[in-house]
Write a protein that binds this ligand. Sequence first.
Ligand SMILES: [Zn+2]
Length: 457
Amino acid sequence: MHADTLITGATIITMDSSRRVLTGGALAIAGDRIVAVGKAEEVARLVEAREVVDGRRFVMTPGFINGHVHVTETLFKGFMPENLGFDDAVWKWSVPLHEGQDAAEQGLGAKLAAVSMLRTGTTCFLEAGTVIAMEAVFRAVEETGIRARIGKWVLDRAFVPGQNQAALTDAALRELEAELAAYPGADGQRVAAWPLLIGHNTNTDALWIGAKALADSHKAGISAHMSPAPGDAAWYVAATGDRPAVHLARLGVLGSNVSLTHMVHVDDDEVAALAETGTHVIHCPVAAIKGAYGTSQVGRFPEMAAAGVNIWLGTDGADTADLMRPMTLMAGLFKDARRDGAVFPAHETLEMATVNAARAMGMRAEIGALAVGMRADLVLHDTDRPEWRPLLNAVSQLVWCASGAGVHSVWVDGRRVVDNYRCTTIDEEKLFAEVQAAAQAYVGRSGLPSITAWPVS
Ligand SMILES: [Zn+2]
């Protein structure tokens, strides 16, 4: 059998249906697909490859899948103070900082976010639905070689007296239709639009129903923010009599192509509604602990998992694009909260970042595991580093010892997009210089203060 690339000698965490971990393993790529994976001597008998990569130094995993990331927040990474509280963080800082960007700035931030993800082993991400300049962001993301589903900033609730609710909802639905037409994804396109919603209380029932119908007819998915803080539940109970997940389930808009992000403040009925409808939940533990959501105190993620809710992970804001940090936190937060070391073991946390995520994205047969016929989205973790030695349990060490800083090489669709710690698809030095200049100019004109604990001169 002909192959373009054969990586041989690696420790391979396949995430296949039997969860095989192969020492001295090999994987062959032809075009954008995996054509062989197994013990090196077996694969060597099957495959004649144009290029052979010595994999003995590496642990290989599927590319990670980040379920929630605001790529256009990257230009204000580090700028927002950490003691704002949820409402001020969103309305006084995050929203004005998003809205103040021009298309070039949005594209630049998105490109840096995509590069940051690739360099730390993420090969696919679901954007959080807060893109303003779609075309600039789409082109920037596509250029990096990453796989993505992105969505425009769409909300419709008439909060200001005198606004025409029906007109706002119609306009929002037209926006969703337009982005799906402009950036289709049903035929396996690497980067495409999904009808993503902001969520919380910003979307009317009519928009939810319309967006769900669009997602169904375009073989797409929906995500929306919900219940990082108690406020969403209080609002829904006052407005509808039900908590958010119960209300959305009654509305008929939950289901296997819907992911709700955060879901920290939920009750038992909501957990049941999520499980019954097959709705996925994205937890962003870095954002949750920084935002003081109370996830370790009130989060019901162990109960969700026990009820059969599919949980996956996101990085959310710009603080980190390295999905291995949420993995570590997810493996630890609820062990500590419940004083039970059996909660969310490392291997289950790795499932959240790979196979669970692929299922939620409707790409279970394509990505999230290393098996014949699947897309060649994979990562080589460099074990010639102190955090990887001694190598005695690859899965445990991946989650507890390693980080994205040890990612040496990455392939997406069979294309090597990171090689020897460098992105091959763009000029990193040029990008970093452009980002630094643009970000300083941008936060300077935002009118918001630069707040530091200590004097900076
Ligand atoms: Zn978010």
